[in-house]
Design a protein around this ligand. Sequence first.
Ligand SMILES: NC(=O)c1ccc[n+]([C@@H]2O[C@H](COP(=O)([O-])OP(=O)(O)OC[C@H]3O[C@@H](n4cnc5c(N)ncnc54)[C@H](O)[C@@H]3O)[C@@H](O)[C@H]2O)c1
Length: 337
Amino acid sequence: MKNILITGGAGFIGSNFIKLLLEERDYNVFNLDLMSYAGNPDNLLPFVDFGNYKFYKGDIADFKLVSEIMYKEEIDSIINFAAESHVDRSIQNSYPFMHSNVEGTLNLLNIAKQFKLTKFLQISTDEVYGSASSGETFDENSNLQPNSPYSSSKASADLFVRSYYKTHSVPAIITRSSNNFGPNQYPEKLIPLVITNALEGKKIPVYGTGENIRNWIYVEDNCRAILECFEKGKEGEIYNIASGNELDNLTLIKSILRIIGKSEDLIEFVEDRLGHDLRYSINSDKIRNSFNWDEKYNFHPALEKTINWYLENKIWLQNLKERTNFSEFYKTLYRVD
Ligand SMILES: NC(=O)c1ccc[n+]([C@@H]2O[C@H](COP(=O)([O-])OP(=O)(O)OC[C@H]3O[C@@H](n4cnc5c(N)ncnc54)[C@H](O)[C@@H]3O)[C@@H](O)[C@H]2O)c1
């Protein structure tokens, strides 16, 4: 594998993954991103000086465009990060999720088949397994029971990936990770939302009673796990990626407020998200045993590192807010004033 097409590389995880690739490997990296609201030009700035990096703006569902890139750059593998990724937005309007997550993935699979790629890595999520009851943990063979339009679109894409492996021998692998946090994350997601609101002394909306439980993985740990799967993973296999950090939203929010030195009075309980999954929990023994992968970061030091990143990169947030009508959208999303 030499020439890799990374899709969605202007987003949160994709940009962290490209950083890792450019710093630690010598692949030629081609980044295709639609630059939706979540595609951030500032995330791309660290890559401009690398001669083995090139950016293309466009839609993964555009067969002609992707084919042209494949020919021109002699792409031999694809890692598909591109997606609509926010559950709340999928509840407001599911169609963009159908387009990017399902049609987009299907288009890339057809391209992978036509161009006889050596590897196709689909980036998926633990949310496809649905909500876990207390004590329950899902492994790679567990049923898919997605509950939100977002997770349904990701599960649909996973099933297309499986079918293209079985039917057309596309050399596909799927990774399903738990919730990521770290630099470059759009502040509609829980951790950067809490950090940025707390830093600005704004209220922090908490859905329902804040008892929802998530497993949190530092983005660099997930990126290293994805790289292992890309380089050593077995075709047709699925790898769950999670850390040992499971905690409820309210505990997480209080930890952030404590680190930043802000009062818990900023917490404001708001009407719960529709169909809100109570708990996600996946077993990641397979990737740990297959590749000796382990997370490098403990949760609290990684959380402090993330908070420091937002403190040191205020211009990143300022630019983002100037580009988008962030505050209006934020109000409709979380129903707060
Ligand atoms: N963030 C998490 O905690 C998490 C956890 C598990 C899995 N995932 C998965 O990881 C992937 C990346 O997530 P993220 O948090 O970085 O998302 P993100 O929203 O930050 O970035 C997504 C990127 O994809 C681009 N994009 C969207 N539609 C596109 C299209 N049709 N064509 C080309 N580009 C398009 C956007 O412009 C953006 O740059 C997604 O597939 C997501 O489902 C995320």
